[in-house]
Ligand binder design. Structure first.
Ligand code: DSN
Length: 423
């Protein structure tokens, strides 16, 4: 950082301000986390200088012997995490491409690998917790393919009978599981059975729950799916990025769809950082971390409900929850603003049967991965839930919000972010 401070103080100062924000405020955005200093060191390394189009051992540039090794380590560790040997010692034979720059790129590559324009894609509706890349008309997945959607039922859970009915009617070429805002477990075996019935391929986008899947705290899609994609930065706690995995018979098409199909040179510094993060996730401490992520989410969800707030689906099985503010006089956007003034960072989110625009919304999404990385425990999660309620109840009172912000900052100061140096 000294070189940056000397050469470009403007950017250096902005990075210091962002570091202070990340250190001082409480991060509850469910898709964010704090990468370790080791992950950030790899991401900030000289590997950023290297072009390496192609795959290890088969590149279009010279000088790739070192980055070949880096990419092989990343691939081996990813498979060790997501396709470890079972009780019999056998694996499911998955392949992995660690080059996608993001989860969206990973999904686009999967579609490119096995769909033709106009093919039917069935995914979870965006306003019911799905993701833009699962067939939203605003995304290439909804422009290139004929997207149809399943929704959650009145209880906020995916109704597999309804999914089957839609699949039988629409005959999708691909069914997509996964979400950005779904607090419950995915029944991948049930999706497999529907996919088989209609002759569809099955993709699991586990971007949100990848860390939980890696340690066995969420069912694994690997035995059931043709493709599995994930980001590497959410519960997995690595650098911003994506990976795409597939059964062996799809790997050639998937690799070509990543490069040259949809990307150019891989970001070797980020691939190195992914390898470091996968190495961290293979440590026993990572399972303890994920157990605490769940314990914190459950403590926070229970407390919010005790305090009279509705949660979509009535709780959570994973790292996130959705507060449903439909019955309140304020919107998700209002709540995001109020909590921001109290030092608590969240994002507004649509809820099922949303009546407001996606820019306003009737919900907020809360997640525990980042607060757990900084060492907060279940009693802290209960206190945070109380502070959220207190802030929302006193949303017009600037002094009260400032007082809550003080308590949030004190709590955060007691739990420094590993990887972010104190000022
Ligand atoms: N934007 C991510 C999230 O917040 O869930 C999904 O890509």
């Amino acid at each position: 950082m000294n070189a940056l401070a000397d050469q470009d103080p403007a950017i250096w100062h902005l990075i210091q301000h962002e570091a202070a924000r990340q250190r001082d405020d409480l991060e509850l955005i469910a898709s964010e986390n704090y990468a370790s200093a080791a992950v950030m060191a790899a991401a900030g390394s000289c590997l950023t200088n290297k072009y390496a189009e192609g795959l290890p051992g088969k590149r279009y540039y010279g000088g790739c012997s070192v980055v070949d090794e880096v990419e092989n380590v990343a691939r081996d560790r990813a498979l060790e995490l997501f396709d470890p040997p079972g009780a019999s010692g056998a694996r499911h034979g998955l392949g992995v491409n660690v080059q996608p720059h993001s989860g969206a790129q990973a999904n686009a590559a999967v579609y490119l690998a096995c769909l033709k324009p106009g093919d039917v894609l069935l995914g979870l509706d965006l306003s019911n917790g799905g993701h833009l890349t699962h067939g939203s008309p605003a995304n290439s997945s909804g422009k290139l393919y004929r997207a149809v959607h399943y929704k959650v039922d009145a209880s906020g859970r995916i109704d597999m009978n309804a999914v089957r009915e839609i699949a039988l009617r629409e005959r999708p070429r691909m069914i997509v599981t996964g979400a950005s805002a779904y607090p419950r477990l995915w029944d991948f075996a049930a999706f497999r059975s529907i996919a088989d019935e209609v002759g569809a391929l099955l993709l699991a986008d586990i971007a949100h729950v990848a860390g939980l899947v890696a340690v066995g705290l969420h069912p694994s899609p690997v035995p059931h799916c043709d493709f599995v994609t994930t980001t590497t930065h959410k519960t997995l706690r690595g650098p911003r990025g994506g990976i795409a995995m597939a059964r062996a018979d799809h790997m050639k098409a998937l690799n070509s769809a990543v490069f040259p199909g949809s990307q150019g040179g891989p970001l070797m510094h980020i691939i190195a950082a992914k390898a470091v993060a996968f190495g961290e996730a293979l440590q026993p401490t990572f399972k303890a971390y994920q157990q605490q992520v769940l314990a914190n989410a459950q403590a926070m969800a229970s407390r919010l409900q005790e305090r009279g707030f509705a949660l979509v689906s009535g709780g959570t099985d994973n790292h996130l929850m959705l507060m449903d503010l439909s019955d309140r006089a304020y919107s998700g956007k209002d709540a995001e603003d109020v909590l921001g003034r109290a030092g608590i960072t969240v994002n507004k989110n649509t809820v099922p049967n949303e009546k407001r625009s996606p820019f306003i919304t009737s919900g907020i999404r809360l997640g525990t991965p980042a607060m757990t990385t900084r060492g907060l425990l279940a009693p802290d999660a209960v206190r945070v839930a109380d502070l959220i309620v207190e802030a929302l109840d006193n949303r017009e009172d600037a002094d009260h919000l400032a007082k809550i912000r003080g308590e949030v900052h004190s709590l955060c100061a007691l739990h420094p972010v590993p990887g972010l140096r104190a000022p």
